[in-house]
Design a protein around this ligand. Structure first.
Ligand code: HEM
Ligand code: FE2
Ligand code: FE2
Length: 434
């Protein structure tokens, strides 16, 4: 919701002064309060004694889509993000139905929205979710912004678009015509339902369109990036014509799509695509699939890394004491059940009785180099066995696996550390080479 005039310096000073005084009524934007709260409440009350005709219902739903598109395909994807180029007739159409949405002039909306993308989740974000869901949903429209938190953003391209400037200058008149008078006249002349046209296709339809912003930073998952609040969610997408695929959108804002999968509900994208086929829109921008998949894979990796870090992968090799081979043999003779595999000594005392291959078979390996036996010489252990083994680490043998001549089976499983790197022997060589 925006004031129809561009605030000049004097006005701004006045605003600052008022805010400094701190009177509650000075911080409230009364025009917006009227358009976002008071008129909708009045409309809901009026609905109690206004019969709803099916023609009016269908028209209201259709007009909801059109005015919603004014914001999603117009103020948002076209003017805020330049995700496609629209011909003059299309821009005029979007400016008109956009006024009917009553979410502020294109100029005002796009300016705030560019600030929102730039300062997402910070105090400068005009609808920051960090200030709470109610603020992000409604409060930001009704409360005047502290001018200290106002920020600069480049909107020179908007100021050189005649349609944007015209809509901004005549915004309040256009709102009254497009949001209220036009639907009333259509329903009135069409099927003689003047009151229903105003209440349902006008006010209540407007109210539904206005309930748009906040959930997209609050509800849903984050397949591309979780450093900030934007989220992907079907419910939000359903309410605001596909804008709910918001995690994608903040990563790739100049993409004309928000839902990139065929099954993701994004009517705004479908309509822009149809406009292109009709010759009304050109230069539809799409980010390369390679870049999109990179984000998706990195986010998956991040989740896997977190899960991974919660598991015990054994003492890292560089934290293990280094012992001589003879020392290892000696300790094994003196009762400790130690088994050397791939240059690493493992204490199997607590496990030996539970070994699925039997106790005796491990005893034959105690005090020896069991690398070959463990890796296929006797039995080619599973991945699970390798993992279990790493939790029994005891020491690293100096000189690693050069100490005993052994034959590596061709299919030896290459031990890796917690980061998936090849385990490096005491001399710094990869065990793979030994
Ligand atoms: C030193 C630490 C050892 C650990 C932590 C260990 C762990 C395991 C585990 C978890 C299994 C069952 C899963 C699988 O089949 O991979 C298993 C099976 C087996 N292990 Fe070991 N093992 C060790 C040493 C050895 C040694 C040194 C030998 C032979 C000299 C050996 C011979 C076998 C055999 C033959 C089986 C198969 C049992 C069956 O399926 O009937 N293991 N071991
Ligand atoms: Fe956002
Ligand atoms: Fe955006």
């Amino acid at each position: 919701m925006g004031s129809s005039s561009i605030p000049n310096g004097v006005e701004q000073q006045k605003q600052e002064k008022n805010l400094a005084k701190g009177a509650w009524y000075d911080t409230v934007d009364f025009l917006n309060l009227l358009l976002v709260i008071i008129i909708p409440i009045a409309g809901c009350i009026a609905a109690f004694w206004t019969p709803l005709y099916w023609q009016t219902f269908i028209f209201a739903v259709g007009y909801y889509f059109l005015t919603g598109l004014g914001v999603t395909a117009g103020s948002h994807r076209l003017w805020s993000h330049r995700s496609y180029v629209a011909s003059l007739p299309l821009r005029v159409f979007l400016a008109l139905v956009g006024a009917g949405a009553v979410e502020g002039s294109i100029r005002w909306w796009a300016k705030g929205h560019r600030v929102h993308h730039r300062y997402t989740d910070t105090p400068k974000d005009p609808y920051s979710i960090k200030k709470g869901l109610i603020f992000a949903h409604l409060g930001w429209m009704i409360l005047k912004t502290d001018s200290k938190e106002k920020v600069r953003t480049d909107i020179s391209d908007l100021d050189s678009d005649g349609v944007v400037v015209w809509q901004h200058k005549n915004y309040l008149q256009l709102v009254i015509i497009m949001a209220f008078i036009f639907p009333m006249v259509i329903a009135g002349l069409g099927w003689n339902d003047w009151m229903g046209g105003l209440v349902y296709a006008g006010i209540i339809r407007m109210f539904v369109v206005q309930q748009s912003n906040s959930l997209s930073h609050w509800l849903g998952d984050q397949p591309f990036d979780d450093n900030h609040s934007p989220r992907n969610n079907l419910i939000t997408a359903l309410v605001i014509l596909g804008e709910g695929w918001h995690n994608f959108h903040h990563e790739f804002p100049s993409d004309y799509r928000a839902g990139i999968e065929w099954y993701q509900y994004d009517p705004t994208k479908w309509v822009i695509w149809i406009w292109e086929k009709m010759g009304l829109a050109t230069n539809l921008t799409e980010f390369r699939q390679n870049e999109i998949e990179k984000g998706r894979v990195q986010q998956l990796q991040k989740k896997v890394d977190i899960q991974r870090s919660q598991l015990n992968w054994g003492i890292p090799l560089h934290d293990l004491p280094v012992i001589e081979w003879d020392d290892y043999v000696e300790q094994s003779k003196n009762g400790r059940q130690l088994v050397s595999i791939a240059g690493i000594v493992h204490d199997v005392s607590d496990f030996i009785g539970a070994h699925p291959g039997g106790k005796q078979i491990i005893l034959t390996a105690v005090g020896k180099d069991a690398t070959a036996m463990f890796n296929g010489g006797v039995y080619d252990h599973t991945n699970a066995a390798h993992n279990l083994l790493s939790t029994m680490r005891y020491a690293v043998v100096r000189g690693g696996m050069e100490v005993e001549a052994w034959k590596r089976p061709e299919d030896v499983r290459v031990p890796t550390d917690t980061l998936g790197n090849l385990i490096v022997g005491p001399h710094g060589q990869e065990t793979r080479q030994l």
